[in-house]
Write a protein that binds this ligand. Structure first.
Ligand code: FMN
Ligand code: SF4
Length: 368
């Protein structure tokens, strides 16, 4: 379609060319095996999204250590035994012409551990987990940093084109950056330059491990949407530190776990917030960013994506639930077959973790 000229223009990240500006954002569907292996069900979704024409496919949260699981059946990257399954996953994405990334996560305070143990974290108790955590000591943080780097190397060995570090959604790196969570009194707490120190160390360690040519995406919440938390202005001060440390793309999401499922939630914004409701965060960051910026949040159609790109509000556009409802929407739009696109109905049934469901499903997509 001629009018989607910006959507269908390629973008370059380091030596990689992404065929268009549409991104599948990282989404953890709990489709892994109980031991954290990739399954055929997981591969099938990403293959469909890649064959459906999406430019960049970011596989959802991959655990970096046995204690960094967010959900029960999450894929893992903390052992060489996971490399073979991850290779099959990345191959399926790349064979269909998309660029493959995978998000590496440590949830911090929000740990789901197969072997429950005392909660630790750099934050005061929040509304979700009424547990008094203790500060993580330097050894624990050092262990997490090394786990990020080793997992990054494994996914590179497995054939990923790039990696995405999860620094958003009130998870560990977000918690350390945010004054809402971080009450430390050591070199990782206090002023902004201290709070950003650990994410910088993680990026530096990952960069050292994966080499200079391998692109690193950093996912950040453009605002915590919490009183006393990080605002867009704070994030605009933080991002230059992250770029300086070596990231190549900044992926701007919003808010996080503290507000998941509430009517005010901006991470999985409900219809009431309207289309493209979080794009202003990416646009604000784009003003100060020297690397490409991805926006996300309630982008429902490629026409909306085209408008965002044409007005220079972001460099790439991620569509999460729209791609769950119809993984082939990019290909269909390119062919001009707009009528056959299954449009997301904003029912949020796919948010299985809020409804006590074991894994993701969507009434519009019978292939899941
Ligand atoms: C089922 C589901 C699982 C998700 N899992 C993750 C995740 O693992 N990591 C992450 O950063 N965001 C996750 N997200 C958030 C999406 O990446 C995206 O930012 C969010 O859905 C808003 O985009 P949308 O309005 O286009 O759906 C998830 C979203 C959904 C629907
Ligand atoms: S479950 Fe509902 S909100 Fe989620 S993708 Fe499907 S239609 Fe959209």
């Amino acid at each position: 379609m001629d009018e989607l000229i910006h959507v269908f223009s390629p973008v370059t990240v380091k030596s990689l060319t992404v065929r268009n500006r549409i991104v599948c954002p990282p989404m953890n569907f709990n489709y892994g095996s109980e031991e954290g292996f990739v399954t055929e069900r997981g591969i099938a979704f990403y293959r469909n999204v890649a064959e459906g024409g999406t430019g960049l496919v970011q596989v959802g949260a991959c655990a970096i250590s046995p204690d960094s699981l967010v959900t029960t059946n999450q894929i893992r990257g903390d052992d060489d035994k996971y490399i073979e399954g991850l290779s099959r996953l990345f191959r399926a994405i790349k064979q269909a012409g998309a660029i493959a990334s995978v998000q590496l996560v440590h949830p911090g305070k929000l740990i789901h551990s197969p072997k429950p143990k005392p909660q630790v974290g750099p934050f005061p108790p929040g509304p979700i987990l009424p547990i008094q955590p203790r500060d993580w000591n330097r050894e624990e943080l050092s262990r997490v940093k090394n786990a990020f780097a080793r997992a990054a190397l494994r996914v590179k060995q497995a054939g990923a084109d790039m990696i995405t570090i999860h620094g958003a959604h009130h998870y560990l790196l977000n918690e350390l950056m945010s004054p809402y969570f971080n009450e430390r009194s050591d070199e990782y707490g206090g002023g902004l330059s201290n709070r950003v120190k650990f994410p910088i160390e993680v990026i530096t360690e990952v960069r050292k491990t994966v080499g200079t040519d391998f692109p690193i995406v950093f996912r950040i919440s453009g605002s915590d949407f919490l009183e006393g938390g990080l605002t867009l202005n704070d994030i605009k001060m933080i991002v230059p530190f992250l770029i300086n440390a070596g990231i190549d793309v900044i992926d701007v999401s919003a808010a996080g776990r503290v507000t998941y499922g509430s009517t005010e939630d901006r991470t999985f914004p409900s219809k009431k917030w309207g289309p493209a409701c979080n794009v202003f965060l990416a646009t604000g960051i784009k003003e100060i960013s020297s690397v490409p910026v991805i926006c996300v949040g309630n982008i429902w159609s490629l026409e909306q994506a085209e408008d965002i790109l044409a007005n220079n509000k972001a460099d790439m556009v991620a569509m999460g639930r729209a791609l769950i409802a119809d993984p082939a929407l990019v290909r269909k739009a390119k062919k001009g077959d707009i009528e056959s696109i299954m449009e997301c109905k904003h029912c949020n049934k796919c948010l299985y973790f809020l409804h006590g469901q074991p894994s993701m499903s969507c009434p519009l997509n019978s292939n899941l």
